[in-house]
Design a protein. Structure first.
Lengths: 332, 302, 346
């Protein structure tokens, strides 16, 4: 299976005036081509920071401290972190695009939907003569809006505030497809939306993934969505990658206590109510991360070694688990 | 018996704790960052100068024409004026006056703005419309002609009346801003819950709403002080108000009217009050910027 | 069982003033709501945004007065109490509110101690400082925030979302209420913390008999908390289905409830392959100022016909009531487990 992006020991810091916060610590993660990879994590996990680093749009003062982000496109693979501003502008949206959380703030409130599509199209195709450019942009916009089941004639002249939440999110998805990207990063695309609209949007996303072969990186904390939609799952906690594998591996084998805890503490339609167990403690404070394994204060299986020594990445075939328990099993 | 003395002890211990916390907070707010520390030091310097200065450097109004218009020297750091009087000591003597006017003007403006703004925001309706009409009037009428007219009608001969006049045009903007903040706070969840929990109106006003506008009031208090000084100097230069001859503005006016502009020896007579005013203003501006930093991030939503 | 709260024919209409070009608009947010809440139970109020569930919460807590209809507390009409009178005060104490956004619900410039003490001192004037302290410590222990001192002297922004939510719960409990309305209490909290907050509410209900009205759009958490209790499914200001939670979730009768349940993702990859068609016509919910006569779900219902444009009554069936005129046309819902079995056997 080919990768479209390979994150290699990426470390991202937020350099504040008096001190520095390590938001992401030595994360190595592949994103498979043509598949949907889910990045699961809660507050302080670093998932948004990591995802925005792929487009080099980490909110300041975040900087990539070390590591490489290799992109395998049509041409020779290159390291995104080493691109110049000029090269980044060509790369962004054309190779990798993003659908942000809360589409409400991502759309320009003083431009109509069509104007936004046309403007972005124009910036990336500035060599075309104007008439041809406008014609192409319009055609593409109509095609994309139809794809997300929006009526182009109705939607194109509208302003963002005239659209409902579900419609705005679909416009954002169409917008992310404008320049035929190879990878779309979706940051909690349906958090603010109702469950029926959510189901509908994921249907559209699935079509995009299957019919157009576009890889997706989905950031979410909703494991139901992960199970139904993602092929691969990466679980982050406290800035570190705790587990990575296929959806089936992570959900069925439940090797890492954090992933296991998440699955067992999330109410669903099928969960056995009496068997559910909460995870004790609270999410970590990145100013004051625990020693040893970042998860140890909340872990039901915590051993002495977990409190002092950080576990290494243990590979069971393709399945990565960062936990001392797995090492123990393997040692036997 | 043991119980009551324990309660008394607890009460005193609590009180001491509260006082200690209060001072700790004051130090953090006023000296927390470089700007605040600088600004606060400047203001404290002038306060000390104003209170203790006249005792250390007493000023007498005796005229000594032999010493008129002397250039700066060790015995007369800022030289002398047309009547041989030491300019430095005049400035020291006038400091307390300047500070008093600035302080009073700020108090009048802030108190008026706070009362009307909160009333307007909380009660709404007809009162709100009327008070907003008033602020509109005071914001649009040009201040200078009004001052000239007032000066023609009344004599300004003490700090209080001067402060009142200066505060006439400073309260309106603050009032609107406070009203806007109150209106937005009223709809916030934590105020709504006060209604559900049947908290008294007094509690909501003084314990919930007021602390939230506290930082805004503090910062604007100093800004009004700064504006009051400039305003007072301006009015004195125009001859609209003039009383204590040791007031910096009066010194400046006197210097300008009595040839300090042309006599090369007396440049300090003109320059000294300007310098003092400028330093004070600088201190105030820097302090307000520093306070903005310390007070706001704590209140900013994450 | 004794009725604690009764909502009788509650209607809530908001109006938007017209201009020269547009006529005045009326938003009929709640239409003819009739609902009884009994002592000791938990009722989950479910629906998507715009269905009116939050408005019902605000009406029950007294923050909003309904345009018409009666709100009865222990049999007495609340709005017949004089605004300031012992009975209204009592009502205010006994019905409390826990909001969704725990950060906005706490005064940012007051410590937790100050925020919690204020209602206690207001309503229990006879308590001295030490007793108030004891009460505070007791409340913190009740919501699982120990040692109390670690939290009481902090400001809201210094605590995590889960901790703040517990404090909102503690504040609501401080007046010893009979009923707490919780409006999406866990939607803004990290997933790993949600279960413990839900468990807390469930425990409080069982141990102290506090009634909870749990408002949410998330049926999964509603299923957990309303276990062995009731759920109410709302759509566009009307109650579509209401009754025993387990029954409704396993065998939803109303087409809207069926659509809602089908849309919920299951966190189990084995079920992911099942192709679930959403039994609903369109994605867009109608706006509240343009209602169709009769059943509000008519425009999106797969089984609707002209009969649905007539006024619809409730049908009582199998531990619940359903607002649908021809349930016989609606096919039986195939629960997800059965669907999987069918799929596996095929």
């Amino acid at each position: 299976m080919e990768n479209i992006i390979e994150l290699k020991k990426v470390t991202i810091d937020y350099n504040l005036k008096k001190y520095s916060l390590r938001a992401v610590s030595e994360v190595s993660l592949p994103i498979k081509k043509g598949k949907v990879t889910a990045l699961v994590g809660e507050s302080g996990s670093g998932k948004t920071t990591l995802a925005t680093s792929i487009l080099e749009v980490i909110s300041s003062p975040g900087v990539v401290d070390s590591g490489e982000i290799i992109y395998f496109g049509d041409k020779v693979p290159f390291d995104i972190t080493k691109l110049s501003e000029h090269e980044l502008n060509a790369f962004r949206w054309k190779d990798v695009s993003m659908v942000f959380q809360g589409a409400q703030s991502a759309l320009n409130p003083i431009m109509t939907v069509y104007e936004q599509f046309e403007e972005t199209y124009r910036v990336h195709h500035h060599r075309l003569p104007k008439a041809k450019l406008v014609k192409q942009a319009k055609k593409k916009t109509i095609e994309l809006l139809n794809f997300v089941n929006l009526d182009p004639d109705r939607i194109m002249p509208m302003y963002p505030h005239e659209l409902s939440g579900g419609m705005k999110q679909r416009v954002m998805i169409a917008f992310s497809l404008l320049l035929n990207p190879k990878l779309i990063i979706l940051d909690e695309p349906t958090t603010a939306l109702d469950v029926i609209v959510q189901g509908y949007i994921f249907k559209i996303l699935k079509r995009i993934n299957v019919e157009m072969g576009i890889s997706m990186l989905l950031l979410t904390h909703d494991i139901g969505v992960v199970a139904e939609f993602a092929d691969y799952v990466a679980v982050m906690y406290g800035g570190k990658l705790m587990e990575y594998g296929t959806t089936r591996q992570v959900f069925k084998e439940k090797l890492h206590p954090y992933a296991k805890g998440l699955i067992e503490s999330t109410p669903s339609l099928l969960s056995d109510i009496d068997q559910m167990k909460p995870i004790k403690g609270s999410p970590p404070d990145i100013r004051n991360l625990p020693h040893g394994c970042v998860f140890h204060p909340r872990c039901d299986f915590c051993m002495d070694i977990c409190k002092t020594i950080e576990p290494v990445d243990h590979m069971l075939g393709d399945h990565l688990v960062k936990c001392h328990l797995v090492e123990e099993v393997d040692a036997r | 018996m043991n119980d009551t003395s324990a309660v008394k002890y607890n009460f005193i211990a609590n009180l001491l704790e509260k006082i200690r916390k209060f001072f700790k907070n004051v130090v953090r707010v006023f000296f927390g960052n470089r700007r605040s520390a600088f600004g606060t030091s400047v203001i404290i310097f002038f306060i000390v100068l104003g209170v203790f200065g006249p005792f250390v450097f007493p000023y007498s109004t005796d005229i000594s024409m032999l010493d008129q218009l002397l250039p700066p020297s060790w015995s007369h750091p800022f030289g002398t004026d047309l009547w041989g009087r030491d300019v430095f000591r005049q400035i020291v003597a006038g400091t307390s006056d300047v500070l008093a006017i600035a302080f009073l003007a700020a108090i009048f403006s802030v108190v008026l703005a706070l009362i009307l703004g909160m009333f307007s925001g909380i009660v709404g309706g007809v009162f709100d419309k009327f008070i907003m009409f008033l602020t509109n009037v005071f914001l649009t009428i040009p201040s200078l002609p009004v001052f000239l007219i007032l000066a023609a009608l009344f004599t300004v001969d003490n700090a209080v009346s001067f402060a009142i006049i200066l505060s006439i045009f400073s309260w309106a903007g603050m009032c609107r801003s406070i009203r806007a903040q109150i209106i937005s706070l009223k709809e916030r969840d934590f105020i709504q819950i006060c209604k559900v929990m049947k908290m008294s109106k007094g509690h909501i006003i003084f314990k919930e709403l007021l602390p939230n506008v506290g930082s805004y009031i503090l910062i604007n208090f100093i800004i009004v002080m700064k504006n009051a000084i400039t305003g007072s100097v301006g009015l004195m230069l125009l001859g609209v108000a003039s009383f204590e001859p040791t007031n910096w503005g009066a010194i400046l006016t006197s210097a300008k009217n009595n040839g300090a502009l042309i006599n090369p020896n007396s440049y300090m007579w003109l320059f000294a009050p300007i310098l003092c005013i400028a330093i004070f203003q600088l201190g105030v501006i820097v302090l307000s910027k520093g306070l903005d930093d310390t007070l706001n991030p704590r209140l900013r939503v994450m | 069982m004794k009725k604690l709260i009764e909502l009788k024919n509650i209607n809530m209409v908001f109006s938007k003033r017209g201009t020269l070009l547009k006529s005045e608009k009326f938003f009929h947010v709640l239409k003819d709501i009739n609902l009884d809440i009994y002592e000791g139970e938990i009722v989950a109020l479910i629906g998507e945004s715009g269905c009116g569930k939050t408005t019902i919460g605000r009406i029950v807590t007294g923050l909003q007065k309904p345009t018409s209809g009666e709100l009865r507390y222990e049999g007495k009409n609340i709005y017949s109490f004089l605004k300031v009178g012992q009975e209204f005060d009592e009502y205010r104490r006994y019905v409390q509110f826990v909001q969704q956004d725990s950060y906005a619900a706490l005064n940012p410039v007051r410590t937790i101690r100050q925020s919690l003490e204020a209602p206690i001192r207001t309503h229990y004037k006879h308590l001295n400082s030490r007793q108030v302290d004891e009460k505070l410590n007791g409340l913190m222990a009740l919501v699982g925030l120990v040692p109390a001192d670690q939290f009481l002297d902090k400001y809201p922004h210094q605590l995590s979302g889960g901790q703040r939510q517990r404090i909102l719960m503690a504040r609501a409990l401080s007046l010893e209420p009979k009923l707490i309305v919780a409006d999406e209490p866990v939607s803004m909290i990290d997933v790993s913390l949600r279960l413990s907050i839900l468990k807390l509410m469930s425990d409080l209900n069982q141990k102290m008999g506090v009634v909870f009205i749990y408002i949410t759009h998330d049926l999964s958490t509603a299923r957990y908390i309303a276990n062995k209790n009731r759920i109410v499914v709302m759509y566009l200001g009307e109650i579509m289905e209401e009754g025993d939670a387990e029954t409704i979730i396993n065998d939803p009768l109303h087409p809207y409830t069926q659509a809602l349940i089908s849309a919920i993702p299951i966190p189990d990859p084995d079920y992911a392959k099942l192709d679930k068609e959403l039994p609903i016509k369109s994605m867009e919910m109608e706006s509240l100022d343009k209602r169709t006569p009769g059943c509000p779900f008519y425009p999106r219902c797969l089984y609707a016909d002209e009969v649905c444009l007539e006024p619809v009554d409730y049908v009582f069936r199998d531990k619940r009531r359903v607002k649908c005129c021809h349930l016989d046309k609606v096919p039986a819902f195939i629960p997800i487990r059965k669907l999987k079995e069918q799929n596996d056997n095929a």
